[in-house]
Design a protein around this ligand. Sequence first.
Ligand SMILES: *Cc1c(COP(=O)(O)O)cnc(C)c1O
Length: 399
Amino acid sequence: MTGSNAVAYAEEHAAHNYHPLPVVIAEAEGSWVTDVDGRRYLDLLAGYSALNFGHRHPALVAAATDQLGRLTLTSRAFHHDRFGEFCQKLARLAGKDAVLPMNTGAEAVETAIKVARKWGYRVKGVPDGEARIVTCGGNFHGRTVSIISFSTDEEARADFGPYTPGFVVVPFGDLEAAVKEIADPRTVAILVEPIQGEAGVIVPPAGYLAGIREACTRHNVLMLADEVQSGLGRTGATFACDHEDVVPDMYVLGKALGGGILPVSAVVADWPVLGVIKPGEHGSTFGGNALACAVGTAVVDLLATGDFQRRATELGAHLHESLAKLPSEAVVAVRGRGLWAGVEFAESVGTGRQVCERLAERGVLAKDTHGSTIRLAPPIVITADEIDWAVEQIRAVVS
Ligand SMILES: *Cc1c(COP(=O)(O)O)cnc(C)c1O
């Protein structure tokens, strides 16, 4: 299949719910991908952080390959021999009691919402049907109808109503606004990204997460941290909440949990929270399948060494130092933490999309978010030299 055929077939026979860069990838290894014509590109998106360990990490491919030769799926109607170990190891990594595995990030967020609502009725004592969940402006938590009901992005939301009630939105980073809503007796939870990825890698003010934690404890409200994109090594810690020494009541995980091989998501919490879910009340045919558990266990094993978190800290510092040296007339702002950056360009440079197109021509893959911002989230296996080379390409296309 040639590259132009592949694009034409997709245009003609696939829904136009994405607008991909005109690159047709056929192979990948580590931080590099190769297109159908043999051109190589350095991957600075890493599947929106689903590829934190790089493409086809040998330990993850080995775990998947081994499992493919033994057992892939049983459904949860039966036990299988990979399930318990995965849940035990993931719970231990997160310092929590228990795990509820699903597949996609959106499903894990839906799970968090259901658990929080039931906890609100059965444990907190909120009157039936009145539970409220606080969310933050600029959020991205997935694409289901309930989740887009509290999106503030018109593109994500318009024409998909009627919307699911029971959510309130406060400005991200505004602690006072969050605390006011947390204090409402009908509030059961706040759902927050510790760093907003899709919004352009927005880091909240210091003390924001700690302040939310404190208010949640005071008002008996659950803090649900959506670490689908920020978690599992990306920011230089296992969880982005770690940077503020904050322990939420629930971690919502996805993306990198599947090692870039298959979708694996989960919520992780203590029994007083997750214990509200009883047989028959929630689930998924593929959630916790043997292949997913084998890969997920290998992912947790990689994270348990701390090597990826250390590497993301060191390379992240290097990335941010290099980005800070880009010409100030071209760059309005650089945000982020660890090996994660949102780079906002001056309007004169062009749109984020145009910057990404020019970068692709020079062998660098990145993704625009809103307007003139691009997002950099390289695989954590990238080297310092590769970062230097990538930043040189950015310099060349914005100068
Ligand atoms: C990607 C993402 C999701 C949704 O994950 P999917 O696997 O695409 O459903 C949820 N929350 C955050 C913070 C994300 O970045």
